[in-house]
Design a protein around this ligand. Structure first.
Ligand code: CP
Ligand code: NVA
Length: 308
């Protein structure tokens, strides 16, 4: 049975917890080392990851590459614009070929059905590096960051401000698996996927929808936001106007707990969803969050390959 990581649910709560523990331990074991030096045990020595990008990326691309180096393996990057996939070779045939050449495949794409198709035809594990539906690798790094900053996941109060997007869907999914709560503050018409919410609620999470940003932030342990215009979406003035009341600024942060953390998957649009004062401020952990993409994804890679 091949272990794909298309969503956090593929690993389940126990799998996510095991990966987070591994990520935290491995990160601390190699502290101070040059970033490309393999870990002492080089657990993926000789392994190759093929990465396929149908959308832009800085963090996902670099962090998976560095993760493979640290695990003792290597990565190959394919941009759809310079591959046969971009000229119409089918996803199924691409899956068959890459499965013969690499030990795992990571895909960043638009339609989630494409990654399901890739996984269906691949004979090696497939990892979701972001789709329009979800971004599970990002949330692994977010959870690691929250834990490293001293907050336990069960019972955590997370407030999401802004657009109901792919990153939010994976946070909601994580809430069900790890037993924390999410207050979603989004404008009318920009709600996130109802299926993710229903599953998280069924799993015991409290997921509430607020229209008032301050009410959502009140007493929160973590404040999270993301770009108001995701990759592939039209840059619409109407959407920006609807989002304006949900900007995370110092006044909004003041409604949260005094030790609340600020998270953002990045790239940030300073002056839109977040102000400089917040993202550069004392409660912001966004640079730890970005670095943790390496450590969390090392655990994901080890998990899909049966080492965790
Ligand atoms: N957060 C994130 O996935 O960043 P990139 O788009 O740079 O990969
Ligand atoms: N929601 C954003 C996340 C970028 C990492 C997007 O899909 O563009």
């Amino acid at each position: 049975m091949i272990r794909h990581f298309l969503s956090l649910s593929d690993a389940g709560g126990d799998g996510v917890a095991a990966m987070l523990g591994d990520a935290i331990d491995r990160k601390s074991a190699r502290r101070g080392q040059p970033k490309g030096r393999p870990d002492a045990d080089a657990p993926l020595a000789g392994h190759v990851l093929a990465m396929v990008f149908e959308k832009a990326s800085t963090r996902t691309r670099v962090s998976f590459d560095v993760a493979m180096r640290q695990l003792g393996g290597s990565a190959v990057v394919l941009d759809s614009g310079t591959t046969q996939l971009g000229r119409g070779e089918t996803i199924a045939d691409t899956a068959r070929v890459l499965s013969r050449m690499a030990d795992a495949i990571m895909l960043r794409t638009d339609d989630h059905a494409k990654i399901e198709e890739l996984a269906h035809h691949a004979t090696v594990p497939v990892i979701n590096g972001l789709t329009d539906l979800s971004h599970p690798c990002q949330i692994m790094a977010d959870l690691q960051t929250v834990i490293e900053h001293g907050k336990a996941l069960p019972g955590l109060e997370v407030a999401w401000l802004g657009d109901g997007n792919n990153v939010l869907n994976s946070i909601v999914e994580a809430a069900g698996l790890m037993k924390f709560n999410v207050r979603i503050a989004v404008p009318q018409g920009y709600e996130s996927d109802a299926g993710f919410i229903a599953r998280a609620v069924a799993d015991g999470a409290r997921i509430t929808l607020e229209r008032d940003a301050a009410a959502a932030a009140a007493g929160a342990d973590v404040i999270v936001t993301d770009t108001w215009i995701s990759m592939g979406q039209a840059h619409a003035e109407a959407k920006l106007a609807a989002m304006a009341p949900y900007q995370v600024d110092a006044a909004l942060m003041a409604h949260a707990k005094p030790d609340a953390l600020f998270l953002h998957c990045l790239p940030a649009h300073r002056g839109e969803e977040v102000t400089d004062a917040v993202i550069d401020g004392p409660r912001s952990v966004v640079w730890d969050e970005a670095e943790n993409r390496i450590h969390a994804q090392k655990a994901v890679l080890r998990w899909v390959l049966g080492q965790i």
